[in-house]
Structure formats: C-alpha cells, structure tokens
Design a protein around this ligand. Structure first.
Ligand SMILES: [Ca+2]
Ligand SMILES: [Ca+2]
Length: 220
C-alpha cells in the first residue's frame, strides 16, 4: 500500500517535472520570438504614426547583440541616403518591421530582434547564424502609403473601382517622382508584380477595393 502510494507520488513528481520542462520550453520559445523596443527619443508632436502600408523614410544602424559589432549603417551604405520602404508588408526584416509600428516622424528607437525574426538560423553575411540583432532607427518621414483607400481612388483613373497593373505602376512612378527617388523601369515592374501577387486574391489581373485596402486588417 505504502509502496503503491510512493510510486504514484513518484509518478506525480515525474509528471510535474515533465510539465515544468514543457512549460519552460514554451516560455523560452515564446520569449525568444519577441522583439524589444526602447524609445530613445520621442518628439513632442507626433504628426502621423506609422501604420501598415505607410511609406517610411528612415536611417538605421544594425548591431550584433552579443558584442555590439556594427554590421549595417544606412548613413554610410551605398549613397548614404535614408531608406524608403513600405511598412508592414515584408519589405524589410520582420522584427524590424514590427518594431516600427506606431512610430512617429522624428522618433528614435532601439529595437532588439531575436534571430527568428531577423536573419534566422543561417544568418546572412556578415550576420552570423542564430544572431540576436539590434537596430537603432531614426524615422524621418511617414507618408500615406500606396495602399490606402485615398491612394486607391487616386490610382483608379477611369473610376471603375478596379486597379490594373498599369494604373498601379503609373501611381508608383508619380510617387517616386514626388519624392525625388530615381528608379529603373524594372523596379516598378517588380513592385507591381509583387503587389499583385500579394493582393490579387482571385487572380483576375486587377485589384478590387477589397483586395487592395489593407487597412481593413491592420495587423502585422
Ligand atoms: Ca481602374
Ligand atoms: Ca482581383
């Protein structure tokens, strides 16, 4: 009798240990998938917070968390110009994109990104495998992105409530011109192809309001 209860107690303890190990595993994998955001500077007036689909203009530096080695600096890379990119659509690495949510023009953030949301198990030269990275970002401008309802109406030149590839491309070219960004024709073709691949759900070669208006589901 006593032996039996000892045994079941042992089973109970073992079960508990397994459970604890399991919970630790879950917690560990959850916490390793989280980014950390530190606001280094917040301007007094926030004119327009970054939302999914907005066009952001930013400078950023990338560092390895383990020893602080800098692996990227937009101020010294290529022409030293800040980058333009669409927020929340996978144009930049996922953890960085997540870390820019609701950021204000003029704001500075330090965003710590685990490998799973950065360069992964393999890394990407010069970032080694499984590296946690830190980005220091200065957001300069937030513009209404090419994927808002207003932009849809602007793009839909013949007002038929659908967008053709040509309409989208013309709009992108106009935006680039306004922002003084020089791009090759192939760049616009690539962007348009990408936009249609992501949004043309019924694959009819045009985008409906519903297919294009990403603000209706505004999560990352
Ligand atoms: Ca149209
Ligand atoms: Ca369609």
């Amino acid at each position: 009798m006593c032996k039996m209860s000892e045994r079941s107690f042992l089973h109970f303890i073992l079960g508990l240990q397994v459970l604890v190990a399991f919970l630790n595993l879950i917690c560990a994998s959850e916490s390793s998938d989280e980014i950390k955001i530190e606001v280094l500077f917040l301007p007094e007036n926030c004119t327009q917070k970054a939302r999914k689909g907005d066009l952001l203009h930013a400078h950023y530096d990338g560092f390895l968390a383990k020893d602080g080695t800098q692996f990227y600096c937009s101020r010294s890379a290529k022409d030293g110009q800040p980058h333009w990119f669409v927020h929340g659509v996978g144009e930049i690495i996922k953890g960085l994109d997540m870390g820019l949510k609701d950021m204000c023009p003029g704001e500075k953030r330090k965003i710590t990104v685990p490998p799973s949301l950065a360069f992964g198990e393999k890394g990407k030269d010069p970032v080694p495998p499984n590296a946690t990275v830190i980005f220091e970002v200065e957001l300069l401008h937030v513009r209404r992105g090419p994927r808002s309802m207003e932009a849809f109406k602007e793009m839909d030149r013949n007002n038929d409530r659908t967008l053709t590839k040509e309409e989208v491309k013309e709009h992108l070219k106009m935006e680039a011109e306004k922002l003084n960004v020089q791009k090759e024709e192939s760049y616009f073709n690539d962007v348009v192809t990408d936009v249609f691949r992501r949004h043309d759900q019924d694959a009819d070669g045009t985008l409906s309001v519903k297919e294009y208006n990403v603000y209706e589901h505004d999560e990352l």
